[in-house]
Design a protein. Structure first.
Length: 100
């Protein structure tokens, strides 16, 4: 393979890689962007960690406290699920106040 062909392959691969990286970089994979329908379709064992993230995200309690895992599991998950049944197209990030 001559040097021009080799350089062309490297440039093409770099361009393709940059395109793919920018395509994936714009999609944030956090529960905040998850729809209620996606939340309701999840395995029930996965609901508590997602709800824990949503409830405790951007919450400023005194002394660095947070809403405890057990409270999220027994109180917030049912609240989020009930709200999601009413509005399945809503984003979980929008339900933060109703989940607390």
């Amino acid at each position: 393979m001559n040097i021009k062909a080799y350089v062309s392959v490297i440039i093409a691969a770099a361009a393709f890689s940059a395109t793919m990286n920018s395509a994936f970089a714009t999609q944030e994979t956090t529960p905040q962007n998850m729809t209620c329908q996606e939340f309701m379709d999840m395995n029930p064992k996965s609901m508590t960690p997602v709800a824990f993230w949503v409830v405790n995200r951007n919450t400023d309690f005194k002394g660095g406290d947070y809403i405890h895992w057990h409270e999220v599991e027994t109180v917030s998950v049912p609240r989020i699920f009930k709200q999601c049944q009413k509005t399945p197209k809503a984003k979980l990030g929008e339900l933060t106040q109703s989940a607390k």
